[in-house]
Design a protein around this ligand. Structure first.
Ligand code: CA
Length: 260
């Protein structure tokens, strides 16, 4: 990725949206597969769970469903293989099995380059946020342990906040709203915000869809086994192949945003 490509991607976004310039205030990061290298475990557990119940979900395909609810994923496979949705009882048993398997996996590591990128983002005066479909109670503790002094609780969107989840734009729209309210509390006056004040960072096709549907400049980080096109075809504005690569390019990305 060179500066020219980054500039072109930003110009195209601005033209599509009919806005003159980006004025980056906050960066909304997805969590699994972006901040933590947790997708390998999820994919493996989905595959093993489905096999246990006589259903077939290859590991690579689990990456295509990343971000979907457990019930949504189970029903796609059930309809494909058996011609009908799974019963509520089945869904519960399958999802419980998968969760138990996942809890036995070693805790996922921080994605290489993620902390270094977040430090750069924050130092640039851009506010880092987390927007995730995950609903673990220990989320904030875990984020603070792995990424000290980066995130604020009031600037997080989790499974507890949203009704629909990705690929619906709801989680990212809510992220923008939370940022707006937080600014208002800090400044004592309301802030006029638009999607051009934000970026989304996503690793999954459905997550990219959600960011794009929210109207936000969406940066895909392809940390899994899917081809780049699985993310680009969903409308990602830029693509990096790792968080480390994005981290190395941060100054160029920010420089290009500021040059418009
Ligand atoms: Ca993800």
């Amino acid at each position: 990725m060179n500066k020219n490509q980054i500039g072109l991607a930003i110009r195209k976004y601005l033209e599509d949206k009919g806005v003159e310039r980006m004025e980056l205030k906050a960066a909304m990061f997805d969590m699994d597969g972006v901040l933590f290298d947790s997708m390998k475990n999820h994919a493996k557990c989905w595959h093993e769970t489905m096999a246990h119940f006589g259903l077939d979900l290859p590991e690579w395909e689990a990456y295509m469903h990343e971000g979907r609810t457990g019930a949504g994923t189970i029903n796609i496979v059930s309809i494909r293989q058996r011609g009908c949705e799974a019963t509520e009882d089945e869904i519960e048993r399958i999802y419980r099995y998968k969760s138990e398997l996942f809890n036995q996996c070693p805790k996922a590591e921080r994605m290489p380059g993620a902390y270094e990128l977040l430090v750069k983002v924050k130092t640039s005066g851009v506010v880092p946020m987390v927007v995730t479909g995950s609903g673990q109670m220990t989320l904030l503790d875990r984020l603070n342990r792995n990424f000290p002094d980066i995130f604020r609780e009031e600037l997080m969107v989790t499974a507890f906040d949203v009704k629909y989840g990705k690929p619906n734009p709801e989680p990212y729209l809510m992220g923008m709203e939370k940022y707006g309210k937080w600014r208002e509390r800090c400044d004592g006056k309301s802030a006029a915000l638009s999607p051009a004040h934000f970026i989304v960072v996503e690793n999954a096709p459905l997550g990219v869809q959600a960011g794009v549907a929210a109207g936000v400049f969406t940066i895909a980080v392809n940390t899994g086994p899917l081809p780049d096109d699985a993310l680009l075809s969903q409308g990602a504005n830029l693509l990096f192949h790792s968080m480390q690569e994005f981290c190395d390019e941060w100054e160029n990305v920010l420089g290009e945003f500021n040059s418009f």
